[in-house]
Design a protein around this ligand. Structure first.
Ligand code: TNX
Length: 535
């Protein structure tokens, strides 16, 4: 009897659960907030003409300005920013440090929109969430009739402090406006770090006043190989670089959006463009030329030569001035063959004089010496996992790209780690198995589902070691990516999947719900005119 009753009631139970789930999913936010409660009713934007600021703080004022410029053209009337705790029909932004960095509470009720952040960044992320509650057409930034915003209460904070997106501007160069558009993508998905890969074999892309040849010579290559090192070349000179003024402009643009830019200056490998400009810094003395094909090259900076360190320290001096807010300088360290060092008299002397065992220890001597210098400038280094070779520098943070092993080893040694294993986080890989119908990519296969099911914290770390994992990052290497349109295609919607992995709490992750929410997010992509992958 009991069993029959149970079976009779079962469909009812499911009906009510589904109904509840449906209700929750009417509100679709990516990345999924910690807590989201829908309340009945809505706020109408008709009356919205003042943004109140609870505290008078420059950073919060910038956020309020951001909000004002976003609403004004759409609502078609002026919005004032004033100090105060809020009034019916309006919006209030405030800070409560108890909430913690980047956290926020977003409440929309019938007569007030309130966003309280742990800091100004938190308020800013709250505004990004609010945008996903507005009609997608809002994104077009053009006049609309007044509209309703559903009443809601959201408590939110990120799971990881480091949520990064990388962009290689060396293999192909992207104009200032394109880089800003890339930063806009980070904002939309609540990433807070832009890792800017500025130097490589195929081009040096940042003006250094003390060494003008770096950009006069190093920023240009004679031609570019066609496809994946086909042996055929396009015979077209290619290049470009950012002036220091442009760099400052982009850094300010990112800072206004609570995104820290971490610059990467590659050493000792991936340095052919620098050697082409200053051949005395290589073991053979050159001549060298900026690379015209992809890969790993034997000619790298010579650590036997004091001038190499003098040069790199001077470069770092200028980099530190251009990126004052980044706690890190990324110094690469990856894929640096020892071929030239093994043959070089100066390198042999260095090994002997410093009591090093071999060229692997010479690599770690190089990195440690630069790490010390960068530490003296008040910053610390990040390096690709090859910096583990021959011993890690004291305060180095390891970026684990050749799988997770490097990151695991570093965390066990008590070092900070950023996870970006290539099988999950390399967005230059294919996102469809139907590669025939995809633009040329590096290879591999990484779709949203694979990213979504990845955990940045490997299971074999204990709690203490796991606390060393600062977060994760996707890398966008651009050997085969020539323009912004293609950048968008490679990162959208994969960065939406990664944003939930890095922002949302693990118990809130549900791939089926994510896929449903993605259908809503793509309406916002459409409104912004993004070229996203639809497979
Ligand atoms: C490896 S990741 C590289 C890059 C390439 C990339 C292609 C890393 C530290 N080095 O130089 O562009 O693979 O996916």
């Amino acid at each position: 009897m009991k069993k029959t009753l149970f079976l009779l009631l079962l469909p009812l139970f499911f009906f009510s659960c589904n109904h509840k789930a449906d209700k929750e999913q009417e509100i679709s936010i990516i990345p999924q907030p910690v807590n989201l409660k829908k309340i009945s009713g809505s706020f109408n934007t008709d009356s919205l003409n003042v943004i109140f600021m609870g505290v008078d703080q420059a950073a919060l004022f910038n956020v309020a300005m951001h909000c004002k410029t976003m609403f004004e053209p759409v609502l078609g009337h002026k919005i004032e920013i004033v100090k105060g705790t809020g009034k019916s029909g309006q919006m209030v932004l405030d800070i409560d440090p108890d909430l913690g960095s980047e956290a926020y509470l977003l409440t929309v009720n019938n007569n007030l929109i309130s966003i309280i952040g742990g800091d100004a960044a938190g308020v800013f992320w709250g505004i990004q969430t609010l945008k996903q509650l507005l009609p997608p057409d809002f994104e077009k930034g053009i006049r609309m009739d007044a509209f309703d915003i559903p009443c809601i209460a959201i408590e939110d904070e990120p799971r990881f402090v480091y949520r990064g997106m990388h962009l290689d501007v060396c293999r192909h160069f992207f104009a200032v406006e394109d880089v800003k558009s890339y930063i806009d993508l980070l904002v939309l998905h609540k990433f807070n770090i832009f890792h800017w890969h500025l130097t490589d074999d195929q081009g040096w892309r940042i003006e250094i006043k003390k060494y003008p040849l770096l950009t006069e010579i190093g920023a240009y290559r004679d031609e570019t190989v066609i496809g994946r090192n086909s042996g055929e070349y396009d015979s077209k000179p290619y290049g470009g670089y950012y002036t220091q003024e442009e760099i400052k402009d982009i850094v300010a643009y990112a800072e206004d959006r609570f995104i820290t830019i971490i610059p990467e200056i590659e050493m000792p490998g991936h340095s052919l463009a620098a050697l082409a400009a200053y051949p005395e810094l290589g073991c053979t003395g050159g001549p060298y030329s900026v690379a015209t094909k992809w890969g790993v090259f034997d000619d790298v900076f010579c650590p036997g030569n004091e001038e190499t360190f003098e040069f790199l320290e001077n470069v770092i001096d200028e980099i530190c001035l251009l990126f004052p807010n980044s706690p890190y300088i990324h110094i690469g360290g990856d894929e640096s063959p020892k071929t030239r060092w093994l043959q070089c008299e100066k390198c042999k002397n260095r090994i002997e004089n410093e009591g090093l065992a071999d060229t692997h220890e010479l690599q770690s001597y190089f990195i440690k010496r630069m790490a010390d210098y960068i530490k003296s400038k008040g910053k610390s280094i990040i390096g690709w996992d090859e910096i583990l070779e021959g011993g890690l520098a004291n305060n180095a943070t390891v970026m684990s790209w050749r799988g997770e092993e490097g990151g695991i080893a570093a965390a066990k040694m008590g070092h900070d780690v950023i996870m970006c294993p290539n099988e999950v986080c390399y967005f230059d890989h294919y996102q469809s198995k139907d590669t025939e119908n995809e633009p040329l990519a590096f290879g591999g296969f990484t779709d949203c589902e694979k990213i979504y099911s990845w955990s940045p914290i490997p299971s074999d770390l204990n709690e203490n070691q796991a606390s060393r994992i600062l977060g994760g990052q996707a890398n966008l290497w651009t050997e085969y990516i020539l323009d912004l349109d293609h950048i968008e295609y490679m990162v959208l919607p994969r960065m939406a999947a990664l944003s939930e992995v890095l922002w949302s709490q693990p118990d809130k992750l549900n791939y089926d719900i994510f896929v449903k929410k993605l259908q809503n997010l793509t309406k916002y992509y459409d409104a912004r005119g993004y070229n996203y992958a639809k497979n």
